[in-house]
Design a protein around this ligand. Structure first.
Ligand code: FAD
Ligand code: FO1
Length: 472
């Protein structure tokens, strides 16, 4: 039987009571099973999804139908109704695409995902559960518990990275320059076209499908931070945005990506965070475009090396969200400057209300609060100033994570914890000229921004958000 749904085994790990184990060629299926279950989480899409393709491979091999399960938790890190609205409306579209293939899509709201998937596997007599890779500790804990309670094998497929995170490196990489050669050595083996899932069909019907409006009533999250109108949820909107970026902005990406007034970036991160689109799909389209080499290479460096370096950091640095995750040189240096006088000190509330003395910083905070996405260049400045204007690096990191995860659509992500650790703790960066408060952490200031872009224009375009506009 020709099975075109073949998944590279280097993407797949078995999750057992002893932890993660690489597998040989074959996956094990419980005897007399009735279905294969895809426990969808990070990669919320039907097309171009290696975890679902692995289910299709197993479904054809064992003549068993697939069911998809999404375990919805009532709260998740600092997510608010803004992110739940984006995610659940995206999942509504995913459900429709799933039903078109005859694959039932089950969304179950419960605060204990491991218990939910275990009960689900019993109810539908699952032969195996396949879930997608995620380096965040909250997700690793869900899977650890599920691996113990499930009565069938549990497998994890890296559908989020072009090169599987557990394969490319087995340790915390020091910086982009240590990961980059490993990426480029095997990229051609992994940056390959996906099998077409549209050719897969099965005819399992399902009695009920969920509506986003109903589900959104039931989640227990902050509702004072409104959903944004700047990004449309779901895989279709992601593809439209990608094609528009390639058509109109990619050619200037290499030169203008760091100018927050130009908007010359892809805006892919909200859809990448929720898995509405895969970085591999994006990379294949970018490579296939007829844009200039400088922009293509610069974009793929960010999308593959930088992004996958962030997953590596969170996967192998348990304390990716606190001071202990910083390199020793950075900890020593920041410790040596703990008692330096801070010229300004702000509380979390003052940062959150964007009422510091610095109009540029306030504008960046307002951009994030108002649009759900701060420009990448400004994120570095924004986080570094929080280090400069708080009493300790720990408080700075905690405030940056709280604001980032509360207001950014793409927050609660390996990229965010790593971006904040880079800015405040010098992770993946080198030591710089020593100065008060920062120690040897790279310094940034408004003059540096002025040399890169029209600061006044950026401030005016976002401070206007404040005048009477309902930010919450
Ligand atoms: P583009 O420039 O179009 O890049 C395309 C993709 O490449 C991005 O979507 C992202 O997946 C990847 N990428 C680009 N720059 C980086 C980077 N520096 N690190 C890792 N991947 C990168 N990114 C998030 O996804 N979520 C966050 O919460 C987040 N918080 C950050 C906080 C700080 C303090 C810093 C310095 C960076 C943070 N980043 C975060 C990384 C980066 O700023 C965003 O990924 C990027 O701005 C997203 O916009 P874009 O898709 O238009 O980027
Ligand atoms: N993943 C889930 O499996 N279930 C959830 O209920 C869930 C909620 C959620 C809310 C906000 C958010 O930013 C992410 C959320 N995720 C959820 C996780 C997401 O799918 C990603 O896996 C991680 O956040 C990225 O590592």
């Amino acid at each position: 039987m020709n099975n075109s749904f073949v998944v590279d085994r280097r993407r797949i790990s078995a999750i057992t009571e002893r932890g993660y184990e690489s597998i040989n060629d074959e996956l094990v299926c419980k005897e007399d099973a009735s279905c294969i279950v895809y426990w969808m989480s990070r990669d919320q899409r039907i097309t171009d999804n290696w975890a679902l393709i692995a289910c299709m491979e197993q479904s054809q091999k064992r003549q068993l139908p697939i069911r998809i399960l999404f375990t919805l938790v009532p709260e998740f890190l600092d997510a608010t109704i803004r992110q739940y609205d984006f995610m659940i409306k995206g999942l509504e579209e995913v459900q429709q695409q799933s039903l078109k293939l005859g694959i039932p899509f089950h969304l179950i709201l419960d605060s204990d995902p491991a218990a939910t998937v275990t009960a689900f596997a019993d109810t539908y007599n699952a032969g195996m559960i396949i879930t997608d890779f995620d380096p965040l500790k909250i997700k690793l804990e869900w899977k650890r518990k599920a691996g113990i309670s499930l009565q069938c094998p549990l497998y994890e497929v890296d559908a989020h990275n072009v090169i599987p995170a557990r394969f490319i490196s087995q340790k915390t990489e020091f910086a982009a320059y240590t990961l980059r050669p490993k990426v480029h050595k095997v990229l051609h083996e992994f940056l390959i076209p996906y099998p077409e899932v549209q050719s897969f069909t099965q005819d399992l019907s399902q009695d009920s499908s969920f509506s986003a409006q109903e589900v959104l009533q039931k989640v227990r999250v902050r509702k004072d931070i409104q959903p944004v109108r700047t990004f449309t949820p779901g895989p279709h909107a992601a593809m439209i945005a990608l094609e528009s970026f390639i058509g109109y902005k990619l050619h200037d990406y290499g030169e203008k990506r760091n100018d927050p007034n130009m908007g010359n970036v892809s805006d892919m991160s909200p859809w990448l965070h929720f898995g509405s689109i895969s970085s591999q799909t994006i990379a294949l389209k970018i490579k296939g475009s007829n844009s200039n080499k400088e922009s293509i290479d610069s974009y793929l460096e960010e999308l593959i090396v930088r992004k996958e370096l962030a997953d590596n950091y969170c996967l192998y640095t348990k304390e990716y969200d606190n001071f202990n995750g910083f390199h020793n040189w950075a900890q020593t240096s920041l410790n040596a400057h703990r008692s330096d006088t801070r010229e300004y000190i702000y509380s979390q509330e003052q940062f959150e209300q964007a009422i510091t003395h610095d109009a540029l910083w306030n504008a960046a905070q307002l951009e994030m609060m108002h649009t759900g996405k701060m420009h990448g260049y400004m994120r570095m400045y924004w986080a570094k100033k929080i280090l400069e204007w708080t009493q300790t690096p720990e408080e700075a990191q905690s405030i940056a994570i709280y604001l980032n995860d509360t207001y950014e659509l793409d927050g609660r992500d390996a990229n965010g914890y790593t971006g904040i650790a880079w800015s405040i703790g010098g992770v993946h960066d080198r030591a710089w000229f020593e100065r008060p408060v920062y120690g040897k952490i790279r310094y940034m200031n408004a003059n540096g921004c002025k040399s890169k872009f029209d600061v006044k224009k950026y401030i005016n375009s976002h401070m206007s958000d404040r005048k009477g506009d309902t930010l919450f």
